[in-house]
Design a protein around this ligand. Structure first.
Ligand code: ZN
Ligand code: ZN
Ligand code: FE
Length: 761
């Protein structure tokens, strides 16, 4: 059967030393071999490849580009995006596109194989030197002070190269020709081991050996790396992991793992070829991998979670540490809660003093925080969930010319964006803007990006929420402010990510966002045209007792949902078991609030529906981190998910108002509870219902293109099943690839929204 939806276009932006090394002929031959149409072209910012063909062939092409590229082609980053085919004929090497002066700033690049061999070779002068790098790898964004990218403009300027390093740096044939961070043990940065008061315990190799010993001894070691501090502990030791959790006050949220090598990853996780490519890519992100039974990782690393977040050592320092330890370590960001990571050693002593036992530091300043990125494979494509090291500050290229603009993002998982021409530069993940240090980091990021990229915004774009810190900040800048509704920004971000223009149906589902009608939105459908964006449908709003407090307490979402559906009947004794998360007094108080409509905002949020169901089936009354209960509902799904679904009801569309979707019909769920259906079955019926709601909306919209966006689409089953069902029904679904579906992607959508406002005037 020929499915024309499987005919797609793969667009690759490849940056790095890929010009003049026979790269374009290599791409040409590969495309010919696979029978793909398209072109390859040099631009100021790198090489752009477009190929069209059947999806499996395109995926094969993507893997082969990474694995079979000419040896001297060092790819600093490869950003793929699968988009709609346009009907390329043949394959051509296009003449270089003229472009603006090249101002892109390289992200930090994971250690290359050549450097890895050198530090492992006792006869090499860089044997075991933790700051080895070359023109193909090493820190970039985290150490660039200003452009142009010369050593004097980096945090390496304080290290004067020795004669041997200088010769490499000056030799056009050497691998370190103009490698700005070039260094060796004689002239470059050095490591030291500090105790909690900053006293030096050891230096260089001895410091690393002592840090290794400390990890093996169950200690918590703070390590200054490329873009900030990590906290490292032995991942095999439950006691050590629990101590880290206690001290970091992070009791349940999954912790990232760093494994010594690919072989050891494969003993603990299932790794498909695309995931392997991501692990060993120059970005070297944390990849979410399905764990296998019988691994040796402490369960407390990610309790109840079928995935491990896994990365490989991406700097020589990490490589040496992991070789020493010989097994996986927890490597979590050196921060408190969701604040920005520490980058300065003295600051780390203060901020991490109650967490780390010892500090492995170095004397190369980190100029800006760059956290580890997080990616996963969804629908057989890469999806960036947290965009930071290896990706930031690379731009997303858009079709139209943008005015110079700043977008400040949302409140949680904040990232900002700066636009100029066809480029939208997206900052590294900043974090939740909940605390003073985070707010300061947010301001520094904006100032720093503007200076570095030399962009002076003519207007600023923010969320429509009047009380977000980012909104206040935008209003204080003294330039025109454009406000954008949260879920509309999500939709436009997903469209830009997929190079898609209107008309589309936008499915925008998350925990919460400010709605212009005074309710909390989060389960929205928009029909997007060139000019406007109409709210086609939304989930039936329910009362949320305590508003924001309910984000941490799924039991409140449950009570609100049931009260809205059933009224005061829900307080009858027969329903009391379903509200077991509450004490009598608590329930009494919340009943008053609900009856009197005091502090009980209405919400159409899908995230809160997940919460409500999770609380009902006993998967958690109180969240320890955002989305915990919702994730538990996903994770309990059986391997083979049954196809039956709860029903849903639609109320008619009157006078330009949106359709209202009543889903789930809570009576049905309560009936299943009474019949003691399994939690897995109930969860499956709920997920499937949500997918059928999307199919209904697509059919009602008259649109063929459907974009899936918002934090709910981090749910892998929800995304993959929706894509499958929408395709079955003749629609063309799109999801996020390079930009996170969560609020980390908002800034891109905000930029696009402001642009739409401008062109429609
Ligand atoms: Zn290298
Ligand atoms: Zn040197
Ligand atoms: Fe959101």
């Amino acid at each position: 059967m020929v499915n024309k939806d499987s005919f797609q276009r793969l667009k690759l932006t490849i940056r790095g030393a890929v010009q003049g090394v026979g790269f374009r002929p290599f791409v040409f031959r590969l495309a010919q071999r696979l029978g793909l149409q398209g072109f390859v072209c040099n631009t100021a910012g790198g090489v752009i490849v477009e190929v069209e063909g059947d999806e499996p062939l395109l995926r094969d092409f993507l893997l082969k580009i990474s694995c079979e590229a000419p040896e001297r082609a060092a790819m600093a980053s490869v950003e793929p995006v699968f988009i709609e085919a346009v009907g390329h004929r043949g394959f051509e090497i296009r003449e270089s596109r003229e472009g603006a002066v090249d101002t892109w700033v390289s992200p930090d690049i994971a250690m290359c194989d050549d450097c890895r061999q050198e530090i492992a070779d006792p006869s090499n002068r860089r044997f075991a030197y933790p700051f080895t790098n070359c023109m193909h790898c090493g820190p970039r964004y985290s150490m660039i002070e200003r452009l142009p990218y010369d050593r004097v403009n980096t945090s390496m300027k304080q290290f004067k190269m020795c004669d041997a390093c200088q010769r490499e740096y000056d030799d056009p044939l050497a691998r370190r020709f103009h490698a700005q961070p070039n260094a060796c043990a004689a002239c470059g940065p050095r490591v030291a081991l500090w105790d909690g008061s900053g006293r030096v315990l050891a230096k260089d190799g001895e410091a690393i050996a002592a840090a290794v010993a400390a990890i093996l001894d169950g200690k918590i070691v703070a390590v200054k790396g490329i873009g900030g501090f990590h906290l490292l502990v032995d991942a095999a030791s439950d006691t050590a992991v629990m101590r880290l959790r206690e001290r970091k006050r992070r009791f349940a949220k999954p912790l990232a793992l760093m494994f010594p090598d690919l072989a050891s990853v494969k003993t603990a996780c299932v790794v498909v070829p695309l995931e392997e490519r991501l692990l060993i890519s120059p970005q070297a992100p944390i990849v979410l991998l399905r764990r296998v039974a019988g691994d040796v990782i402490a369960a407390s690393v990610a309790p109840g979670n079928p995935y491990w977040g896994v990365m490989l050592p991406y700097s020589p320092l990490h490589q040496l540490l992991l070789e020493g330890v010989g097994r996986a370590v927890v490597a979590t960001s050196g921060n408190i809660a969701e604040e920005t990571i520490c980058i300065d050693a003295r600051e780390a002593l203060k901020r991490l003093e109650d967490i780390a036992d010892i500090f492995l530091v170095h004397d190369r300043p980190i100029l800006r925080p760059v956290d580890d990125s997080v990616v996963r494979v969804i629908c057989d494509t890469e999806q960036v969930i947290r965009r930071a090291r290896g990706y930031a500050p690379l731009p997303v290229m858009v079709d139209d010319d943008m005015l110079p603009a700043l977008a400040v993002g949302g409140h949680l998982k904040n990232a900002v964006a700066l636009a100029r021409g066809k480029d939208v530069f997206i900052s590294s993940h900043i974090g939740d803007l909940e605390t003073v240090p985070s707010n300061e980091a947010f301001q520094r990021s904006i100032d720093d990006m503007g200076t570095l990229l030399d962009i002076k915004p003519e207007h600023v774009v923010c969320d429509a929420h009047p009380d977000y810190y980012s909104t206040y900040y935008a209003q204080g800048l003294g330039i025109p402010v454009v406000t954008v509704q949260h879920h509309q920004a999500h939709v436009l971000a997903c469209m830009a990510d997929n190079g898609l223009s209107a008309p589309v149906l936008g499915v925008s589902w998350d925990g919460s966002g400010y709605g212009p009608d005074g309710t909390v939105w989060g389960g929205e459908f928009f029909s997007v045209n060139d000019k406007d964006m109409q709210r086609l449908a939304c989930f039936e709003p329910f009362y949320l007792p305590g508003g924001e407090a309910a984000v941490r307490e799924p039991r409140r979402a449950l009570l609100g949902a049931l009260f809205t559906a059933m009224g005061e009947r829900i307080f009858e004794d027969r329903y009391r078991p379903y509200l077991s998360g509450f004490k009598d007094e608590e329930l009494h108080l919340l009943r008053q609030m609900l009856v009197k409509r005091v502090n009980v905002p209405l919400t159409s949020s899908v995230g809160r529906r997940f919460d409500a169901l999770a609380a009902l089936v006993g998967l958690g009354h109180v969240n320890q981190f955002e989305g915990q209960a919702a994730m538990a509902l996903e994770f309990i799904l059986p391997e083979q998910v049954p196809r039956d679904a709860y029903s849903f009801r639609i109320s008619g569309r009157e006078a330009g108002r949106p359709y209202i979707i009543q889903a789930p019909v809570w009576d049905e769920v309560l009936e299943d509870m009474e019949r003691q259906k399994s939690v897995a079955q109930i969860s499956a019926k709920f997920h499937n219902m949500l997918v059928e709601v999307m199919v209904w909306a697509a059919q009602s919209s008259g649109m063929r293109h459907v974009v899936l966006t918002g934090g709910c689409f981090q749910n892998r089953y929800l995304s993959e099943h929706a894509v499958k069902r929408l395709r079955e029904e003749g629609f063309k679904p799109f999801w996020h690839q390079r930009i996170p579906p969560n609020d980390g992607g908002l800034a891109l959508g905000q930029i696009m929204a402001a642009h739409r406002v401008r062109i429609s005037l």
